[in-house]
Ligand binder design. Structure first.
Ligand code: 8IG
Length: 277
């Protein structure tokens, strides 16, 4: 498709923040909502959560918004929704994550985050499906992300952009989430490049260096969100025990099924948390 040839974010001379500003203008025009307060990216297993957050006032094909790429995977929804909560806050729901493993570069990976910031969002809620290293986390367990280890070897920051990542995953917002569900555990998210799942040895490495969750998203997005001055809240749905923690092979089907089973519970949790933001 010409999409991959003439993509505005692929030209190094283009300012990615200018593309995000254009995308935010598209969203304002197409949704009729000038500013959004909160942005929410829905990862594997979290797709139904948007329905409980409030009333959807507009649904856009992500491809109608400047700079968004086509979804790579069935099950990843290529849409953007504007939702209004019962208290009147505007939530931009991003169902169209671009993954690093798609190979289109980090600018495209974090474009939705930069767009959300340009659309006014001060809070970025990032969700994902991921593998769990703690054996007590059975498939279907939601956990808070307390910190991350970026193993991609890449960054959304360009040039000498020194951004502080202390408290990247806001302690304030994690405390708020735990007030709603005191049983929520938390852990350090390791972003691997993917798309292959880890070897058992890589999972042991992740554990040794302080990781508890393995995934293929979120860390790069969180960095971009912090650069944009947003407060970040991250949730992983543990859809499988990481390779070697469980002895059977990982299957994408298993991941989908764990997500479907957990969906009502985690959707209700997320809706309550967003209602309190
Ligand atoms: I869902 O076990 C899901 N995403 N890297 N490892 C990595 N990503 C994942 C996993 C996993 N499960």
């Amino acid at each position: 498709m010409s999409d991959t040839i003439h993509h505005p974010l692929d030209d190094p001379a283009t300012d990615p923040f200018e593309v995000a500003a254009r995308a935010a203008d598209d969203i304002a025009r197409l949704t009729g909502v000038d500013r959004h307060d909160i942005a929410l990216t829905l990862g594997s297993g979290w797709g139904k959560a948007a329905d409980l957050i409030g009333e959807t006032t507009a649904t856009l094909a992500a491809t109608d918004v400047t700079g968004f790429s086509k979804p790579a995977l069935a099950g990843h929804v290529g849409s953007l929704r504007s939702v209004v909560t019962p208290s009147g806050r505007r939530v931009l729901v991003i169902g169209a994550r671009t993954h690093y493993y798609e190979g289109h570069g980090v600018r495209r990976v974090v474009h939705s985050v930069r767009t959300a910031a340009a659309a006014g969002a001060r809070t970025m809620v990032l969700t994902n499906g991921a593998g769990g290293i703690k054996p007590t986390w059975k498939p279907g367990t939601p956990v808070l992300i307390s910190d991350h280890i970026n193993l991609t070897g890449d960054s959304p920051l360009e040039g000498a952009t020194f951004i502080d990542l202390t408290d990247l995953y806001s302690t304030r917002l994690r405390d708020l989430a735990r007030r709603i569900d005191p049983s929520l555990d938390e852990g350090v998210y390791c972003q691997f490049r993917g798309p292959q799942y880890e070897t058992p040895a890589e999972v042991r490495m992740a554990k040794t260096i302080g990781g508890h969750i393995v995934g293929m998203s979120t860390a790069l997005e969180a960095i971009a969100a912090r650069q944009a001055g947003m407060e970040v809240l991250g949730f992983s749905l543990i859809t499988n025990m990481a390779a070697g923690i469980q002895t059977t092979p990982l299957s994408h089907q298993e991941v989908i099924e764990a997500g479907q089973q957990a969906e009502p519970v985690i959707s209700a949790l997320l809706a309550r948390v967003i209602g309190e933001l």
